[in-house]
Design a protein around this ligand. Structure first.
Ligand SMILES: [Zn+2]
Ligand SMILES: [Zn+2]
Ligand SMILES: [Zn+2]
Length: 138
C-alpha cells in the first residue's frame, strides 16, 4: 500500500511527508468511505492540528480528496477517483449516509452530472446525499 500512496502523492505533485502518508493511508483503508475531520484527529493523536488541517486543504486543492457534506456537523473527506487534478474536481457522484452506523460513502454509480437545470444556471458543485441504512446495517 505504501507504494500506491507514494505514487498518488507524486501524481499530484505533493512532497511526501509523514503526515501526508498517514492521512492517505487512513483514507485508503476506508475504501469509498468518507472520514470525518475529528475522526482523523482521533486516529492521529500525535498530529498537530494545524498541520492536519493544511494537509487536507492541500489534498483538496491538488485533486486528491473531495469534501463530503452530510447531515452531520463535521466535514468529511473521501478519496477522489475520477481523475481529479489541481482545481479540477470531477466527483459528480452522490453520497450515502447511513443513519444507523453514521458512515458516509461515495456512490460511484449514482451520477449527479445528468441533472437538468434551467437555461442560464451554472452548476459548480453538487452535494447530493441519500440517507437510509447501508448494507451492513440494513
Ligand atoms: Zn475530486
Ligand atoms: Zn450502516
Ligand atoms: Zn465521494
Amino acid at each position: 500500500m505504501n507504494d500506491s500512496i507514494e505514487t498518488l502523492l507524486k501524481q499530484h505533485q505533493l512532497r511526501r511527508t509523514p503526515m501526508r502518508l498517514e492521512v492517505l493511508r487512513i483514507l485508503m483503508e476506508g475504501g469509498n468511505e468518507a472520514i470525518a475531520h475529528p475522526e482523523l484527529e482521533r486516529r492521529l493523536p500525535n498530529a498537530d492540528r494545524i498541520t492536519l488541517y493544511r494537509t487536507l486543504k492541500a489534498f483538496e486543492e491538488k485533486g486528491l480528496v473531495h469534501q463530503v457534506v452530510d447531515s452531520g456537523n463535521a466535514a468529511k473527506y473521501a478519496l477522489c477517483r475520477d481523475h481529479c487534478t489541481e482545481h479540477q474536481h470531477h466527483d459528480d457522484h452522490a453520497h450515502f449516509h447511513c443513519q444507523d452506523c453514521g458512515k458516509t460513502v461515495c456512490l460511484d454509480t449514482v451520477s449527479t452530472s445528468t441533472f437538468q437545470v434551467p437555461t442560464g444556471f451554472k452548476v459548480s458543485q453538487t452535494h447530493l446525499v441519500l440517507e437510509g441504512t447501508c448494507s451492513n446495517c440494513g
